[in-house]
Ligand binder design. Structure first.
Ligand SMILES: [Zn+2]
Length: 66
């Protein structure tokens, strides 16, 4: 089956036998993301988590100072 990436609108061919293809067929909602976009979002999420940890660490440090 052919699927469209919700982010960059690129069309990709999906093997009908894969779990993802079956899931998309059952619920044809905007859930497909191409690998490129998937990786990009994963990176962004990881970066945000890293930033969050960093801030948390700094807050904790300034708390210790008080
Ligand atoms: Zn994409």
């Amino acid at each position: 089956m052919r699927v469209k990436c919700v982010i960059c609108d690129s069309i990709e061919k999906l093997n009908d036998e894969t779990l993802l293809a079956k899931r998309l067929r059952n619920r044809p909602i905007h859930t497909f993301m191409c690998e490129t976009c998937h990786d990009r979002i994963k990176e962004k999420t990881n970066a945000r988590i890293a930033t969050g940890n960093f801030r948390l660490y700094r807050d904790k440090k300034s708390d210790d100072k008080w």
